[in-house]
Ligand binder design. Structure first.
Ligand code: SAH
Length: 346
């Protein structure tokens, strides 16, 4: 069976051609699917015979709402979706004054092993298909009635570890016959897979790349982010510089503030040394405490921010949304899985 919503328009056209159908059928089917139609019977501008053939050869993904939590504090909605094969992923809808942002997952679980992150505790189960990433935007919008104006690939998973499907998702979600989301309204966050960052640069997309840095020195970064053990901060920063040169797009660096681990003045100075004068932007994230982890939120966020600013770095501190609904970092999926595996990291 074919996962029809993961097809791009040319593939759908080829598929229709194989069925002896004219090319414009592809556009009709594409448009139905991207409106959220999942039953071929509802595609009323297709003949009965064609609908029957499609049903025999293909399926259209539709995640089920396994759990839905709405924050009383700020209206943030967190969805836990059940996928076709029974796996679950999370999506968060955040309401800001400047519009609604949806945070989507790219994998079921994650294999990057960051010490502070709940999504990686059970490892990676599988990559999401492009359709399954798209569905999170599509069905969040349909279920909540909220129009989504921004997308961040910051949910469960490492998007650059699922490179081809994520690129396909971007193409689909950007398509004028689909959701038509502008690339400038999309952010992709990575723990820093340098080869993939170079590969992404070569596509020259207008999206915003966020790099989860979290420490400016190898000793600390390798401790909390295993990915650093093979790459190192120096090489990562070189790659980021190259990304900016190739795409003209400034990178935003994420930095989760962890008590006594990455919040010293010396680390602020080191970070400023890398970033001052580059126009890059640092987003300080108050650490979300994960039950299984001994890491605690830093109490030095403001001091750290000031120190960076004094050294010429642009800094924002991420506002916490949905605190009452565990709206971060794979925590809902963990709970739903009954996740009792002990965290052996740090
Ligand atoms: N794998 C990608 C995207 C998913 S994580 C990445 O690493 O960037 C999205 C962001 O949330 C990353 O910056 C990640 O480091 C951060 N994050 C994960 N767990 C966190 C926690 N407990 N508190 C604060 N930020 C966290």
């Amino acid at each position: 069976m074919i996962d029809l919503k993961s097809y791009d328009l040319p593939e759908l056209e080829a598929f229709c051609k194989d069925l002896g159908q004219p090319a414009f059928r592809a556009r009709q089917i594409f448009s139905w699917m991207h409106k959220g139609v999942t039953d071929f019977e509802e595609m009323t501008n297709l003949s009965k015979e064609l609908r029957q053939t499609l049903r025999e050869k293909a399926y259209i993904t539709r995640p089920q709402v396994e759990r839905k939590q709405v924050s009383k504090e700020d209206g943030t909605i967190k969805y836990l979706w059940r996928l076709r094969d029974g796996n679950c992923v999370e999506t968060v809808l955040m309401r800001y004054r400047h519009g609604n942002t949806v945070c989507v997952s790219s994998q079921v679980g994650c294999r990057m092993g960051c010490a502070f992150c709940a999504s990686t505790l059970g490892g990676k189960i599988r990559d999401l298909a492009a359709s399954e990433i798209l569905d999170q935007v599509l069905f969040t919008q349909l279920d909540s009635g909220a129009e989504v104006s921004n997308i961040v690939l910051m949910g469960i998973g490492e998007p650059l570890d699922n490179f081809e499907n994520v690129m396909r998702f971007l193409e689909l979600v950007n398509h004028p016959d689909g959701l038509n989301m502008g690339m400038r309204h999309i952010s992709l966050s990575t723990c820093g897979l340098t080869e993939k960052i170079d590969k992404l640069a070569s596509r020259r997309l207008q999206l915003t790349l966020s790099v989860s840095l979290h420490a400016p020195d190898d000793e600390t970064r390798s401790k909390i982010m295993p990915v650093n053990r093979s790459v190192g901060v120096e090489k990562l920063m070189d790659t980021c510089r190259r990304y900016f040169e190739t795409t003209g797009r400034r990178i935003s660096f994420e930095y989760a503030m962890i008590d006594g681990v990455n919040d010293s003045d010396a680390q602020a100075d080191l970070l400023a040394g890398y970033l001052a004068g580059t126009g890059s932007h640092v987003n300080l994230i108050p650490l979300n405490h994960v039950e299984e982890s001994p890491l605690k939120p830093s109490r030095r966020v403001r001091a750290f921010q000031k120190r960076l600013e004094d050294r010429g770095v642009t800094v924002t501190v991420r506002r916490k949304l949905g605190g009452d609904i565990d709206a971060s970092c794979g925590q809902l999926r963990r709970k739903a899985m009954g996740g009792a595996e002990a965290a052996e990291r740090m």
